[in-house]
Design a protein around this ligand. Structure first.
Ligand code: NAD
Length: 497
């Protein structure tokens, strides 16, 4: 039975929850609507999970944990994850269409980033679990015979996975793949804005024979809806979350009941530091991507650019020229380099920051408003790529995460000064440093308070490396063996010889 069905009389999809291998509506009959960020048209009607559906999903996950999934060998489990990756690739175009419909992002971006990474996540974590090493310690004992210790890695249980809308399949599978690789079962709550690819993945799971109940999806919102019902459900053993810092704090409170572990990947207000000795072309290209890729809706994106004073005017002028060449448009138009924001609600939020920047006294270098779009996209959630200068580091525009295609550029005079300014916020997710001085690169990277520092690059990701944020940008690290650490419990066995 297909979960994503087009109703005969309209191009509106009907999207259901995926529980114990079946696509199910809500007993309450409640639904909510999803509108295209490109045209504003209704594109999907989603069945909203109530407490009973969330409860059924958690129970299904618990049953599968101790049933068919738990009895698979590690090798068989890994093979199943390779099969999931292959099936995503086989149905690549369906995932592409669903992701682009939900987000409005350019097809080329989703084709090269979102969908391939969705598949790659399953392969990488199948490899990781197969190659995971066991801890082994010999110890001395008073009688001289000694003892040996080894630690068994066990699944942590049913994992609640709460996801954002900016990179829906990529970020969801980044957590589902290691959770399953470690032998857990999951209940996923996708963002209400992007319900499609998580649901489509349910079909993939059924096709490759993942046992029923291992992967479940419940749709809905946060407070007083599926998100809250899931995170406070006592049957959930651990919660992994990506989204806003405020939401992460609420989830942490929910997880405190039952003392359940959390992994939180949250917001940022990431700096880029451009030294005068940088490779200017590379710095401009990287800063363009880090500010405007995915219409600025990337947690790792740059919103604060610091440029060493001798290069400041040149850099601002060159970035302006490039930003003005971005082509705003529809996803399927090959010329499009920037799509809409996710929703009208988010557009209003971003535009309110654009207005705030002006009242705070910013110089608007480019953009600052909404573009005039052709009729078909007049109701789309488009905004202009925007660059400001002239604000103090304390301005709201320079301290709060906007999550749109915008940045503020400020000059700096010394290394110590810029490090202090870069570290001044409560966020600490990512940073980019542009310099050809190797010693300085190491020195500065080591002093930036962030979970990830790129030198002369941006968004270059090796999935085995630790990923996460410091300060209010996150708790814990995922990626490679760091994911295994979160998604498993260790039981130490001590044997007296
Ligand atoms: P959000 O926090 O509004 O929502 C994320 C998810 O949490 C959604 O599924 C939502 O329904 C759910 N939710 C909301 N309130 C909840 C509650 N009280 N209990 C349980 N679930 C709840 O975030 P968003 O707007 O979807 O995403 C944008 C944010 O995500 C930005 O702040 C961005 O920086 C951050 N983000 C961080 C990373 C990272 O890796 N650090 C990656 C992507 C996005």
């Amino acid at each position: 039975m297909l979960d994503v069905t087009r109703q005969p009389d309209a191009a509106v999809k009907n999207i259901r929850n995926f529980i114990a291998g079946d696509f199910v509506a809500a007993a309450s009959g409640k639904t909510f609507d999803k509108y295209s960020p490109v045209t504003g048209a209704l594109i999907a009607r989603i069945c909203e999970a109530g407490e009973s559906e969330v409860d059924a999903a958690v129970k299904a996950a618990r049953a599968a944990l101790h049933g068919p999934w738990g009895s698979l060998t590690l090798a068989a489990r890994a093979d199943m994850l390779y099969a999931v990756a292959n099936e995503i690739n086989k149905r690549f175009d369906e995932f592409l269409e669903a992701e682009v419909a939900d987000t409005g992002k350019p097809l080329s971006l989703a084709r090269h980033l979102d969908i391939p990474r969705g598949a790659a996540n399953f392969k990488v974590f199948a490899d990781t679990i197969k190659n995971g090493s066991t801890e082994f310690f010999e110890m001395a004992t008073p009688d001289g015979a000694g003892a040996i210790n080894y630690a068994l890695r066990r699944p942590i249980g049913v994992v609640g996975v709460v996801c954002p809308w900016n990179l829906p399949l990529l970020l969801m599978t980044w957590k589902v793949a290691p959770a399953l690789a470690c032998g857990n079962t999951v209940v996923v709550k996708p963002s209400e804005e992007t319900p499609q690819t998580a649901t489509l993945l349910g079909e993939v799971m059924n096709t490759v024979g993942v046992p029923k109940g291992v992967y479940n999806v419940v749709h809905g919102f946060g407070p007083d809806s599926a998100g809250e019902f899931l995170t406070r459900h006592p049957g959930v053993s651990a919660i992994t979350f990506t989204g806003e810092t405020r939401t992460g704090a609420a989830i942490m409170k929910a997880a405190a009941d039952g003392a359940r572990p959390v992994s939180l990947e949250m917001g940022g207000k990431n700096p880029a530091i451009v030294f005068a000795d940088c490779d200017l072309e590379a710095a401009l290209e990287g800063t363009m991507r880090s500010c405007f890729a995915n219409a600025g809706q990337v947690c790792l994106g740059t919103e604060r650019v610091f440029v060493e004073r001798p290069l400041f005017d040149t850099f601002v002028a060159a970035l302006k020229e490039r930003a003005e060449k971005l082509k705003i448009g529809a996803p399927e138009d090959a010329a499009t380099t920037m799509g809409p924001l996710i929703s009208q609600e988010h557009r209003n939020k971003v535009l309110s920051y654009y207005a705030k920047a002006v009242t705070e006294g910013a110089t608007v270098v480019t953009g600052g408003g909404a573009p005039v779009m052709p009729d078909a996209m007049a109701k789309g959630a488009f905004v202009q790529p925007t660059i400001w200068t002239g604000l103090p580091d304390t301005a709201v525009t320079v301290t709060e995460e906007i999550f749109g295609p915008c940045c503020h550029i400020a000059p700096f005079d010394s290394e110590d000064e810029v490090i202090k300014r870069a570290n001044a916020l409560d966020y600490g997710l990512a940073a980019a440093v542009w310099t050809t001085n190797l010693t300085r690169a190491h020195r500065v990277a080591g002093r930036i308070e962030a979970g990830i520092v790129w030198v002369n690059s941006w968004f270059l990701r090796d999935l085995r490396t630790p990923f996460g944020g410091t300060k209010q940008s996150g708790i814990g690290r995922e990626g490679g063996v760091h994911s295994l650490a979160f998604y498993t419990e260790l039981t130490n066995v001590c044997i007296k010889l």
